[in-house]
Design a protein around this ligand. Structure first.
Ligand SMILES: Cc1ncc(COP(=O)(O)O)c(C=O)c1O
Length: 489
């Protein structure tokens, strides 16, 4: 893992108004210095406020919050003393984390026995009968291809055409030349980052975000500028400010049932964001892997429709059959201008030359049956979401979550920054689950969140919730936060 080499932004500034909008108001109605310090610390720990962001001048924040300047001075002093802020004369005060506060990564864990309930993967099982039928159809087609060498760096023409046709049917006219078939959305994203990013370039990313995408950025030494996705979704003003302040080369977005929060970006925000990115010359890399997982809302139109979908737009869309059909197929794609697709194919050749012809033929046949597969999948996810939600409500009633309109995960608020410790304890109780820190741009944040997918059959959730409750209760007092000084009690 390249986590140790992450390069962060250090030069963004929050205005008093922006910071105030990100803080949870105190129950008493007005901040004392302890409450203010606690509110900033909590906003930092759950990713609303990024690391290494300059806090507003004391006078400015005092005016916005209608408190005395000494209240803000006292709060900043407390934050500094406890390691949550640093300052230097002339450079102001910026957010930080105390030394040693880092997440526990469970990514390398393998269960050999099968006894562990795996809640770490947000991925569905294959639609069995359709997969079998698609395999038969692919086997019949294969001889037509077997006479040639079988290398198709852009993807099988039939699959490029089928993917393009689906975009067109969803309201975004697309030609096959605009599609590059890849080994899943992950390879699509890696190729895009390789083509469009250079070490040291800035990338704007949502915080939290899809962990493997963040790792791909870190591995390429890209400088990640986080923008928060909170309970209420995206804040266009903050995204706009981040774009203007850092003029990133790329912005990576998951507007459709955002992983891990499940939010769906409203159309007006899509248009505003597209306008703002155009103004700074930023490439929008839009991950629509979860677009078909629309549980309570109509399936969203492709993001690029917000920009007119023209060939000259700096919008690159990444898609996949992993959630709509099956991850084991390893079929995804990039939709971009034909010029960008040509450049991406050059990069792709250096990675793996070409994808498997057989898998792509299966994908063509599955795309043909998507109209039957998706309604069942969506219905199944609704039932599983309800089963997980009900089991959690029974066994861990103190946890909080909002049912997302789509996607595959609940983003649970544990109420305390204990997620990494709980995740490693849960493993001993037979549940693998990812703490929020795995999805944070900055290590050590989102510690009061747990991501729990609802992609397993309904009957596992009772037992999973029971085990999580046991992990939570097992050793009272063991969850004290070592980084919490007395004053935040
Ligand atoms: C937002 C997002 N992007 C990309 C991926 C990777 O998908 P694939 O299996 O197509 O590589 C996932 C899978 O979880 C995802 O949630």
């Amino acid at each position: 893992m390249a986590v140790a080499r992450v390069v962060h932004t250090a030069d963004r500034t929050l205005t008093g108004r922006q910071l105030a909008s990100l803080l949870t108001p105190p129950p008493e109605g007005r901040f004392g210095y302890r409450e203010l310090a606690r509110a900033v610390r909590e906003a930092l720990l759950d990713g609303r406020v990024a690391l290494r962001v300059r806090l507003p001048a004391e006078r400015e924040l005092a005016a916005v919050l209608q408190v005395s300047r000494t209240t803000v001075t006292g709060a900043y002093d407390l934050l500094r003393e406890s390691g949550y802020a640093h300052s230097r004369r002339g450079a102001g005060t910026w957010t930080a984390l105390p030394d040693g506060q880092a997440p526990t990564a469970l990514g390398s864990y393998q269960d050999e026995s099968g006894a562990t309930i795996d809640l770490a993967l947000a991925a569905p099982q294959a639609p069995e009968s359709e997969l079998a039928a698609a395999l038969t159809a692919a086997a019949l087609e294969l001889p037509r291809y077997a006479g040639a060498q079988g290398y198709h760096p852009y993807g099988l023409p039939a699959l490029r055409a089928a993917v393009a046709e689906r975009y067109t049917a969803r309201g975004l006219p697309t030609r096959p030349e605009q599609i590059l078939v890849t080994s899943g959305a992950q390879q699509a994203l890696s190729l895009v980052l390789t083509l469009l990013g250079r070490a040291g370039d800035r990338v704007l990313a949502e915080n939290p975000s899809y962990t493997n995408a963040l790792d791909a950025m870190r591995g390429r030494m890209l400088r990640v500028t986080p923008v928060p996705v909170t309970e209420s979704g995206w804040d266009t003003g903050l995204v706009d400010a981040a774009l203007r302040q850092t003029a990133p080369r790329l912005a990576y977005l998951i507007p459709d049932f955002h992983n891990p929060t499940g939010h769906l970006m409203p159309p007006e925000q899509r248009r505003e964001l597209t306008r703002a990115a155009r103004a700074t010359g930023t490439w929008l890399v839009v991950d629509e892997t979860l677009t078909d997982m629309a549980l309570d809302v109509p399936a969203p139109a492709p993001f690029a429709t917000a920009a007119g979908g023209g060939d000259g737009e700096q919008i690159v869309t990444v898609g996949s059959l992993s959630k709509s059909c099956w991850g084991g197929l390893r079929v995804g794609w990039v939709r971009a201008s034909s010029r960008v697709v040509t450049e991406l194919a050059r990069v792709r050749i250096t990675a793996d030359l070409s994808g498997s012809v057989l898998d792509q033929l299966v994908a063509v046949a599955l795309l043909d049956r998507l109209g039957e597969i998706l309604p069942r999948r969506v219905e199944e996810l609704r039932r599983r979401r309800a089963a997980l939600s009900e089991a959690l409500a029974r066994h861990v009633p103190e946890w909080r979550w909002t049912l997302p309109p789509g996607g595959m995960c609940l983003w649970i608020d544990l109420g305390r920054p204990i997620a990494s410790a709980l995740a490693s304890r849960a493993l001993r109780h037979g549940v693998r689950v990812e703490g929020g820190a795995r999805f944070g741009v900055d290590p050590g944040t989102h510690e009061h969140r747990l991501r729990i997918p609802y992609t397993l059959p309904e009957d596992v959730y009772e037992s999973a919730a029971e085990r999580l409750a046991a992990a939570l209760d097992g050793a009272p007092g063991r969850f004290a936060d070592p980084a919490l000084p007395d004053w935040v009690a």
